[in-house]
Design a protein around this ligand. Structure first.
Ligand code: PMT
Length: 304
């Protein structure tokens, strides 16, 4: 295997933990699941089937924003994960500009493509996007809030995009909870404060990256992100994720400087990407997405 394809070895996948996570997760609901599957199928057909309109687009799933962990089934309180959704929204714009069709899997209320400084608001959806590119039909937005919704949607999406082979990409910029309260052991009603201090045991959310790579969409090009606040461990952790989860690239970023600089970790070495400081308002996502698109092209070439 070469640097682009990565190593074939997979870390032992915790299938039992993954099964128990999905089995106990509150279902999206049959109607919602059917609707999303239909939307996805239509979206992929429209953008990927050459017979539909004569052009074939690559499809990227961009995940964006943080997942919540509910503490009560009738949720009043929850644990949240930090993420404004800026990275995902900005990257989506550059992928669209590069000719990709984008499935934007985003946390409700976080930054949106083409209106990054504004909150997610249904009213904004009433306005047409007037960018230089015609994005009608090439952007599909799917919202999530909880870790349960996010991982179920990611699985659904990956299975739908599997048929695209190497033309599919996953760009996993969402900040995903590492710990959760299993649904069956969660309080149903609002937790009462009268009983004194609260002890909660959080279970570990199984890492879905290896199963995404191995089973859900094995040919897709996969980029995960690594966020740390301690620069001393950032690259070590990103390298570990590259190998352990068999990612094609890992984007390492530090909380404070994430809008200025990222380090892309690959099997053939690290590449530092900085935003153009000479241009006011330049985004680090512009050169980042350019690099990723180039690597994706090389990957597709290597598979044909
Ligand atoms: O949204 P912004 O404010 O612009 O900030 C962008 C960002 C800092 C959130 C983004 O650039 C980023 O780094 N996102 C990933 C943060 C994160 O959750 O890192 P992690 O170490 O927890 O997870 C690493 C990877 O494992 C992620 O790609 C995640 O999709 C995946 N993961 C995490 C937990 C889990 N149980 N399963 C997973 O597959």
């Amino acid at each position: 295997m070469d640097a682009i394809n990565g190593s074939e070895s997979f870390e032992e996948i915790p299938y039992a933990d993954i099964k128990s996570f999905f089995d106990s997760a509150p279902a999206l609901g049959d109607a919602a699941e059917t609707k999303i599957k239909e939307e996805l199928e239509k979206f992929i057909k429209r953008n990927y089937s050459p017979s539909e309109n004569g052009t074939t687009r690559r499809v990227v799933c961009v995940t964006s924003g943080g997942t919540t962990v509910p503490l009560e089934q009738r949720c009043v309180r929850y644990i949240d994960n930090f993420s404004s959704g800026h990275r995902g929204a900005a990257s989506t714009e550059y992928f669209l500009k590069a000719g990709y069709a984008v499935v934007f899997l985003y946390r409700k209320g976080t930054c949106q493509p083409y209106c990054r400084s504004l909150p997610d608001d249904p009213l904004l959806e009433c306005f047409e996007v007037t960018s230089e590119s015609n994005i009608t039909g090439t952007l599909l937005k799917l919202p999530f809030t909880t870790i349960f919704e996010y991982l179920q949607l990611l699985q659904l999406l990956a299975l739908s995009m599997r048929s695209l082979g190497p033309n599919a990409m996953f760009y996993l910029a969402a900040a995903v909870s590492d710990f959760y309260v299993p649904w069956e052991s969660m309080a149903v009603h609002k937790i009462q404060s009268a009983s004194g201090p609260l002890d909660i045991r959080l279970a570990q959310v199984p890492k879905m990256l290896p199963v995404l790579r191995k089973d859900w969409a094995p040919m897709a090009f996969c980029i995960s992100f690594k966020l740390e606040t301690d620069t001393k461990i950032l690259l070590e952790k990103a390298n570990m994720a590259l190998k352990k989860y068999n990612m094609h690239m890992v984007v390492a970023n530090e909380l404070k400087t994430r809008k200025e600089e990222v380090i892309v970790v690959t099997k053939s070495g690290n590449i530092t990407i900085r935003r153009d400081m000479t241009q006011a308002g330049a985004d680090v996502e512009e050169p980042l997405v350019k690099l990723i698109v180039d690597r994706h092209s090389a990957y597709i070439g290597s598979q044909s």
